[in-house]
Design a protein around this ligand. Structure first.
Ligand SMILES: *Cc1c(COP(=O)(O)O)cnc(C)c1O
Length: 440
């Protein structure tokens, strides 16, 4: 294979699973030949402006020289080595950066391969922590409805019980405690009803609850919506009052996406554990981390096992750590702040017109996230084609047409994305036929 190899679409269709697809009714796939900056070039020569950052990860754009250089150097030095009994500079230097960037309480770094694994790890850590603190009865996990935390079993168990995949897998999915989702609206003040809904679960069940896991401020794939930082601050206070750990799943929100370095910064709170992924490597290669406090690490290490019981084959992969180190260096330079601010201002201005459309239920913007919520579920394949025909890569799902573009997008490129969103939201699509894809 070389870079001229043609894509064998027929083989793809017959043998390869794509995310959330059927092997009986295949949906169209678009062959991408290359990507540069904020554009994808299809094999047929068409160029698409990217509104997705490749599932929210590619925040610095494609082909960024600093990340490519770091990866190329690392590749020719040490692409992979096991992490059991071995360490290397990329893992150590990346961890230094993460300890420095994240809230002060988070001092210990566990390298995981993907976001879902980082969530699994956080949940295991929470259980082992309470074993080490002589409260082994604390084995339950509390979360809020409409969440999304990944596709593996433990992650799935804390996804929204209806919108998630629970029903399909029956008893194999561990039952969890679900509090009602808070009222939406970043600026919507915390209501007594929201407080009470959360507080009552704590009052009744705190003796069995090891941790509360939630996506701070923005619920991503499960809701595409924002809630008040006051709710997050209240959740932190309840966790303190009732001896429950707080796990912040910042896999989607981490590294500036909603206007602060971490979503927790909107509320000025620190979680006990944090899960990071997606933008960590700038979207160049898979890597995620779970970080925890000294207190959590000590509890785990005093548990009967005496060690934390997890260790993936590709843990701390040097190539991925080098990519993440370069991506974090770019984040530290801080340009994302102005970039995300201008994206937010432009999205607010340009998407506002959609509020008047019949099909549109709500328009919302926070940071570099712009969402048009429709009254009805979209037909992903039909809309996908309409967007590609307009020269943009936007992938609607559920009731949402949204964009989360690379931070480096130009104002002109962003206008082309919002123009396409408005055109598609305004047009009368035949939404019959292929089902909407519920998770992206
Ligand atoms: C994407 C996502 C995950 C899962 O990450 P994967 O790398 O796809 O396993 C978990 N939590 C949140 C909030 C996410 O957005």
């Amino acid at each position: 294979m070389n870079n001229k190899t043609k894509i064998d679409y027929q083989f793809d269709q017959q043998h390869i699973w794509h995310p959330y697809t059927s092997m009986l009714h295949s949906l169209p796939v678009y062959g991408v030949a290359s990507a540069k900056g904020c554009e994808l070039t299809l094999e047929d020569g068409r160029v698409l402006i990217d509104g997705t950052s490749s599932w929210w990860s590619c925040v610095h754009g494609y082909g960024h020289p600093a990340i490519l250089d770091a990866m190329q150097t690392q590749l020719s030095t040490l692409s992979h080595v096991m992490f059991g009994g071995i360490t290397h500079a990329p893992a150590v230097e990346l961890a230094k950066k993460l300890v420095n960037m994240t809230p002060a309480r988070l001092t210990k770094v566990f390298y995981a391969d993907s976001g879902s694994v980082a969530v699994e790890v956080a949940m295991k850590m929470a259980l082992q922590y309470w074993q080490g603190r002589d409260k082994p009865q604390k084995q339950q996990i509390l979360t809020i409805k409409n969440g999304y935390h990944g596709d593996t079993f433990a992650a799935m168990s804390v996804c929204d019980p209806e919108g998630g995949m629970h029903t399909m897998f029956g008893n194999s999915v561990t039952p969890r405690l679900f509090a009602a989702a808070p009222q939406y609206g970043f600026d919507t003040p915390l209501s007594d009803a929201d407080k009470q809904a959360l507080r009552s679960v704590f009052t009744e069940k705190h003796q069995e609850i090891a941790a509360l896991i939630l996506e701070p401020v923005m619920q991503g794939a499960g809701a595409m919506n924002f809630y008040s930082p006051e709710y997050l601050a209240y959740a932190r206070a309840l966790c303190d009052e009732f001896d429950v750990l707080l796990i912040a799943d910042e896999i989607a929100t981490g590294f500036g996406r909603i206007g602060k370095l971490f979503a927790c910064d909107h509320a000025g709170i620190e979680p006990d554990l944090i899960c990071l992924g997606k933008a960590l490597t700038g979207g160049y290669i898979s890597l995620a981390v779970t970080m925890c406090s000294d207190e959590v690490a000590e509890g785990i290490s005093r548990s009967p096992a005496g060690v934390f019981m997890h260790g993936p084959t590709f843990m701390g992969n040097p190539l991925a750590c080098a990519a993440a180190h370069a991506s974090m260096t770019l984040i530290e330079m801080g340009h994302w702040q102005n970039q995300v601010e201008s994206i937010e201002a432009q999205l607010k201005q340009e998407l506002a017109a959609a509020k008047a459309f019949d099909a549109v239920k709500e328009v919302r913007v926070l940071g570099a996230v712009g969402v048009i919520e429709l009254h009805q579920a979209v037909n992903t394949a039909v809309m996908q084609k309409a967007f590609v025909d307009k020269g943009v890569w936007i992938r609607p799902f559920g009731n949402y047409i949204y964009i989360m573009p690379p931070y480096t997008i130009s104002s002109d490129q962003l206008s082309q994305l919002t123009k396409a969103m408005l055109e598609v939201a305004a047009s009368d699509f035949d939404n019959q036929g292929a089902p909407s894809i519920s998770h992206g």
